[in-house]
Design a binder for this molecule. Sequence first.
Ligand code: ZN
Length: 75
Amino acid sequence: MKHYTEADLLETYYTEPGQSLPVMMHLADCADCAARYERLDQKIRALGACEHKPRSFWARGRDAIAGAFAKWRRG
Ligand SMILES: [Zn+2]
């Protein structure tokens, strides 16, 4: 299985939802990468507090991956 580095996830953070979908699907199945992404998300939010705020990747991708992610959270 291919895993995503923090750099990969950072790039994904700013891509369009359609392009990031494969990554989101991976995050739904991979707790390691999901945890890495959550840490990155928190860092970006902290940085964004004093600059323009990028629209949340979770918010943009939520509709597309809601089903898969809910499934992952239920285990
Ligand atoms: Zn992974």
